[in-house]
Design a protein around this ligand. Structure first.
Ligand SMILES: N[C@@H](CCC(=O)N[C@@H](CS)C(=O)NCC(=O)O)C(=O)O
Length: 237
């Protein structure tokens, strides 16, 4: 049985991390049995200091891309096997756009916009003992900003970051069109990646941000996200 290490579900969203949602959605779409171990302490157990990671027959694999490659190879390419090489290339490019670009607009919205930071601070650090709760949240937020500067997104203005995310969302909406999934009537791993980020932007009512409003303006992305939630996560929430 695959063991998935994540942060843990909040309502009908199976994790606050889009990468953890991506892997869990992949497992559910592929029908691979798994169990979850949830909690922020998992970060300390992760070989890459990030979540998700999985344990499969004693082998530990970290990072959503390596996990999905591993599962595809082990289970006879359950989700991506039906794609043509050109579709695989497009799916790869869209997945990287989500993971390496659009993702950072989510990080910015949650950690840097002050009205959301108040919520994050309470959510992740609210149970820290005194005096840790006085300085740890600020230190972590500073590190997030440092990561955003290193990536490059942190050098843009608020409006520019929203614009960058809006371009990606339009690309996703145009790529999906009126199809059920991005490459037809069968899901692939890219659909799991898309659900990972869109569930955070469209289904969550915890945070508000211009980029989430922009996501909700695309009717087909809203319908796609709701469909996947209803079909694969009916047990949550
Ligand atoms: N490339 C990694 C990214 C994973 C990642 O960034 N996870 C974040 C949560 S969204 C994390 O664990 N952050 C904790 C930290 O950086 O301390 C993947 O695809 O799994």
């Amino acid at each position: 049985m695959i063991e998935l290490y994540n942060f843990g579900a909040r309502g009908k969203i199976c994790d606050p991390s889009p990468f953890c949602v991506k892997v869990e959605t992949y497992l559910r779409m592929a029908g691979v049995p798994f169990e979850t171990h949830s909690g922020p302490d998992n970060l300390r157990k992760s070989p890459k200091d990030k979540l998700p990671f999985i344990r499969d027959d004693g082998e530990v694999i970290a990072d959503s891309s390596f996990i999905i490659r591993h599962l595809e190879e082990k289970h006879d390419h359950t989700l991506d096997g039906h794609l043509t090489d050109a579709q695989k290339a497009a799916a790869h490019a869209l997945t990287k756009m989500i993971d390496e670009n659009l993702y950072w607009t989510l990080v910015y919205s949650r950690w840097i916009l002050d009205h959301n930071w108040i919520i994050i601070k309470q959510m992740f650090f609210g149970s820290l003992p005194f005096p840790l709760k006085l300085f740890v949240p600020g230190m972590v937020r500073k590190n997030v900003l440092k990561g955003m500067k290193g990536h490059g997104i942190g050098r843009h203005s608020n409006n520019e970051i929203t614009e960058i995310g809006t371009w990606d969302l339009k690309a996703l909406s145009d790529a999906l069109g009126d199809k059920e999934y991005f490459f037809g009537d069968r899901p692939c791993s890219m659909d799991a990646a898309a659900y990972g980020i869109l569930s955070q932007m469209i289904l969550s009512d915890t945070f508000t941000a211009p980029i989430f409003d922009a996501a909700r303006k695309h009717d087909n992305l809203v319908a796609f996200t709701t469909r996947i939630c209803d079909k694969y996560f009916a047990d949550l929430g």
